[in-house]
Design a protein around this ligand. Structure first.
Ligand code: GDP
Length: 193
């Protein structure tokens, strides 16, 4: 996909603020610091449109990025940050539930995991949550550049096992450093648009 325009349209805290133009949406989820913003920025050829690492205490928002006037990437605030208070965690839960349960424009979710490590319990919960709401899921295993070529297959296998993926589920190895996986990611995501 050739990205010719990308702009943030709204940082929403509630349903009332979601865009009303009925364009398709692809949501992006992942634990804090996994490389989600870097993934978005790489996909849209921007250095820093998507903000990196939302720290606890900051307002947690769903960020809607309009791409090519055609669809949205919806950046879901990262999870699994140990220092987040119970209140913040609950607010996060309510916000994502409100979005994933009811959003008709939502076509697919990208779950970004760290290819170096086994998915965390939070990753597993996010995967189960998305499956429960019957959102098609594409797993992006990022930071591919940090793993030696001979070890890549074993890491992918571990990710599939831990998330209990079936053979039809899609996992794309990706690197925001080198751009590996970008074409495949677009090819797959375009099918949902
Ligand atoms: P977010 O909190 O999930 O949005 O994570 P960021 O995109 O801010 O990335 C967290 C850190 O990981 C930053 O220091 C990035 O430079 C680094 N990072 C992200 N993706 C990659 C990648 O594919 N390869 C490498 N080597 N580093 C990455």
């Amino acid at each position: 996909m050739k990205v010719t325009s990308a702009e943030i349209v709204i940082s929403a805290v509630s349903k009332k603020q979601y865009p009303g133009d009925f364009l398709s949406e692809i949501a992006l989820a992942g634990r804090s610091n996994v490389g989600k913003s870097s993934f978005i920025n790489k996909m849209i050829n921007r250095k820093s449109l998507a903000r990196t690492s939302s720290k606890p205490g900051k307002t947690q928002t769903l960020n809607f990025y309009k791409i090519n006037e055609q669809f949205y990437f919806v950046d879901v605030p990262g999870y699994g940050y140990a220092k987040v208070s119970k209140k913040e965690r609950e607010a996060w839960g309510r916000m994502i539930e409100e979005y994933f349960m009811q959003r008709e424009n939502l076509k697919a979710a990208v779950l970004v995991v760290d290819m170096r490590h086994e998915p965390t319990v939070d990753d597993q919960h996010m995967y189960e949550f998305l499956s429960y709401y019957e959102v098609p899921i594409v797993v992006i295993a990022t930071k591919l550049d940090k793993i030696g070529k001979s070890k890549r297959a074993a890491h992918l296998k571990k990710i599939k096992q831990t998330l209990q993926l079936s053979n039809e589920d899609i996992v794309i190895p990706f690197s925001s450093e080198t751009g590996e996986g970008k074409e495949e990611a677009w090819r797959v995501l375009q099918q949902f648009l």
